[in-house]
Write a protein that binds this ligand. Structure first.
Ligand code: PDD
Length: 283
């Protein structure tokens, strides 16, 4: 069952207004929340970011955090998600529908949509690592807002895929930002490097968790921009994100990263992350 603008509907039966601004302009916001063993992980972080995204696009959400939590819990319940299931929960809010015009209509009501989908954790890729391609970051200058406008992300991901790689690593004039749907870390001499959380990247929740886990374990973290040369000299690279967790990258543009194998830092952070999610959700 999906939740669409206040109604519970079966997949394939939802009606979307042709002039919904999410549909016409990508004018809206979203979140993807991980469900581990039937429980939501980092709900608080996601909902805080959803409200921030709304503020940044001048959209007032007519629901409280509690009401959204209720919708999320009902999505899990109505879709029969149990403690045996790993899944994702998708929530999006479009600005609403009105006769098409670019500026924001005065009397418009946001439209919410949510679904849950069972999704296994990417164990095999986490173990063997993924391949990547460097691609120019063609996205806009407010990547910190989690908007429905994802055409830039779609095109860079496809460019990597067409070149035979699994993921795109993005750079703006040689400065590495993040990936199409995840944040990027480089490892050099035992320390972590990642782009600062400014307007050029999404302030990833997994990124923040990994930074905190690293610091707690005496691993130095530098939130500093680095260039593609530094990237190519890195001992290890890994991505972080709700669905990819801590995902090692073992080659970029066909060249091995470090040894070309999943490195010890990625393995250590994967182990710390594993401990952390189970301590958080299995309470
Ligand atoms: N993507 N950077 C971008 C551009 C993203 O789209 C995402 C998440 C992240 C990682 O953020 P987090 O750790 O909070 O998931 C970084 C989601 C999963 C998606 O669009 O499917």
């Amino acid at each position: 069952m999906l939740y669409v603008d206040g109604n519970w509907v079966e997949p394939g039966t939802a009606a979307i207004q042709p002039e919904d601004r999410g549909y016409n302009f990508g004018d809206g916001i979203y979140e993807v929340v991980r469900i581990y063993r039937g429980k939501m992980y980092q709900w608080e972080g996601h909902i805080t970011r959803l409200f921030r995204s709304a503020r940044e696009i001048k959209m007032e959400l007519p629901w409280t955090e509690e009401e959204l939590l209720h919708i999320a819990n009902q999505l899990l319940e109505k879709n029969g998600i149990t403690h045996e299931d790993d899944a994702i929960l998708y929530l999006q809010v479009s600005r609403g529908y009105a006769p098409r015009q670019h500026d924001i209509p005065g009397d418009i009501r946001p439209v919410i949509m949510g679904f849950v989908r069972r999704k296994e954790r990417p164990h095999a890729d986490m173990k063997k690592g993924m391949t990547a391609r460097l691609v120019p970051d063609i996205r806009w200058l407010r990547c910190d807002i989690k908007t429905l406008n994802l055409l830039g992300a779609v095109l860079v991901k496809q460019e990597a895929k067409d070149a035979g790689a699994q993921e795109s690593i993005l750079h703006r004039d040689g400065i590495v930002t993040e990936c199409s749907a995840s944040n990027l870390f480089a490892v050099k001499d035992g320390a972590l490097y990642t782009h600062p959380a400014n307007n050029l990247i999404l302030h990833g929740i997994t990124r923040q968790v990994v930074i905190e886990l690293a610091k707690k374990n005496n691993i130095k973290v530098y939130e500093e921009a680095f260039d593609t040369e530094f990237l190519k000299q890195a001992d290890e690279l890994f991505l972080t994100g709700t669905t990819v967790e801590v995902m090692p990258i073992i080659s970029v543009d066909g060249q091995a990263v470090g040894s070309g194998q999943v490195g010890p830092m990625a393995q250590k952070l994967q182990a710390l992350f594993e401990e952390h999610i189970y301590s958080e959700v299995l309470v």
